[in-house]
Design a protein around this ligand. Structure first.
Ligand SMILES: Cc1cc2nc3c(=O)[nH]c(=O)nc-3n(C[C@H](O)[C@H](O)[C@H](O)COP(=O)(O)OP(=O)(O)OC[C@H]3O[C@@H](n4cnc5c(N)ncnc54)[C@H](O)[C@@H]3O)c2cc1C
Length: 365
């Protein structure tokens, strides 16, 4: 038990906060992570699909096998429900038993020496000569806000705020199965998911099906029930019962916020807007960014020189993806996808988005 003095306090035990804390603990520094949740597996706001690169993250080296399920292809459906299948050699997505994953990640952090305080929300901080004092938690040299898209840390310290958001809602059917459990089923449709897509995936626990759309004032929330009534038979999903649980949340889609660094305070992950504006994947980028913030803080603590925003790598500019986001927001019609889904240019674009150029057309029949 220590005296309440920490080198770093991280707010948020999500992917970014835990990756950050691991790096700081690895550097032999005292790090405390606080999270307002009492159970890291509870009240989740993510589908939890990992891209191949995320699974290769050292944090997942000893990930228990039952926690993830490999998916080798993407089945992309046009609004009229015609589909193409996309694959890339050796590339997989990994759906997860996300509650078990988050609990496991939390346990790993504790084993690595992180002082984990659950059920502890960030509300305020008082400046000290060398950093911050958080009432009820202790003092620190540096504070990291890894507290998600609606970061209270960003608001409190008047750092950059996430303004552009997608709204995602997902139903979970425990024990359910899909006809093609090896595929991630993605649905383009302006009707069901304006500005994003719908998805259905097999997980180790059952089936997850969701929609995300651009968050606009006054717009009704995504209607997952109606979407499923339309597409469930196509993937062999029976939805005669109510979902066992619902996940929902906001996803940054406008690129990194500015500023991300203040006086002895930094933002990481969703709080910093580090999420792909097109795919809305934020787990891999959050893990990388959180780790990079942690490394920069390790160096700052060694050198006594506070980190600069420019010294923290792992912030992609996402210029092309931001352009695509603009196009999706302003020019999304259904008919071009119905007409062009099977054309080589559209297939190539989809492969680039899903597999970052590693895609290839499945061998022709
Ligand atoms: C519906 C949905 C589906 C998604 N699906 C995917 C996907 O399949 N794959 C993918 O790569 N990305 C997905 N994303 C995006 C991805 O989930 C996020 O980018 C990622 O979880 C961000 O991690 P993070 O650690 O930055 O923030 P979060 O995961 O949001 O973690 C923030 C943590 O901070 C805690 N917290 C918040 N406020 C406070 C406070 N005041 N005090 C203390 N603690 C606080 C929260 O309890 C939480 O544990 C999805 C997002 C949504 C909303």
């Amino acid at each position: 038990m220590h005296n309440g003095n920490h080198d770093v306090i991280v707010v948020g035990a999500g992917f970014a906060g835990l990756a950050c804390a691991h790096e700081i603990a690895k550097a032999g520094r005292r790090v405390c992570v606080i999270d307002r949740k009492r159970d890291l597996g509870g009240r989740l706001h993510t589908t939890g699909i990992l891209v191949e690169e995320a699974l290769a993250n050292p944090l997942f080296t000893d990930l228990p096998a039952g926690i993830h399920h490999s998916v080798s292809s993407v089945k992309l459906y046009a609004p009229g429900l015609e589909s193409i299948e996309l694959t890339a050699p050796g590339y997989r997505f990994h759906t997860t038993d996300t509650p078990a994953l988050m609990r496991w990640l939390g346990e790993q952090a504790v084993t690595a020496g992180v002082d984990m305080r659950l059920g502890c929300a960030f509300r305020e901080a008082q400046a000290t000569a060398h950093g911050w004092h958080l009432p009820g938690v202790g003092q620190c040299r540096y504070l990291v806000g890894a507290d998600g898209a609606r970061s209270r840390v960003a608001a409190y310290f008047e750092l950059g705020r996430v303004r552009d958001l997608l709204h995602g809602v997902e139903y979970e059917y425990d024990g359910a199965g899909l006809r093609r459990p090896d595929a991630l089923h993605c649905f383009i449709s302006r009707r069901w998911a304006p500005g994003y897509i719908g998805w259905i995936a097999q997980t180790p626990r059952g089936v997850q099906a969701g929609l995300a759309q651009r968050l606009r004032p006054g717009a009704p929330p995504p209607d997952v029930a109606a979407f499923l009534a339309h597409v469930a038979p196509l993937v062999g999903l029976s939805i005669v019962r109510k979902p066992d649980s619902i996940r929902a949340g906001l996803i940054p889609c406008g690129g990194p916020v500015r500023p991300r660094v203040g006086r002895h305070v930094l933002l990481a992950g969703d709080a910093a807007g580090v999420v792909s504006p097109v795919t809305a994947g934020g787990i891999h980028s959050g893990l990388r960014h959180g780790a990079e913030v942690g490394r920069a803080l390790g160096q700052a603590l060694d050198s006594g020189i506070p980190p600069q925003a420019s010294s923290i790598r792992a912030i992609p500019a996402w210029r092309r993806k931001r352009a695509l986001r603009w196009a999706f927001d302003h020019l999304q019609w259904d008919w071009p996808f119905d007409l062009l889904l099977k054309s080589p240019p559209l297939r190539r674009m989809a492969e680039q988005i899903y597999f970052h150029r590693r895609g290839r057309a499945p061998s022709s029949p």
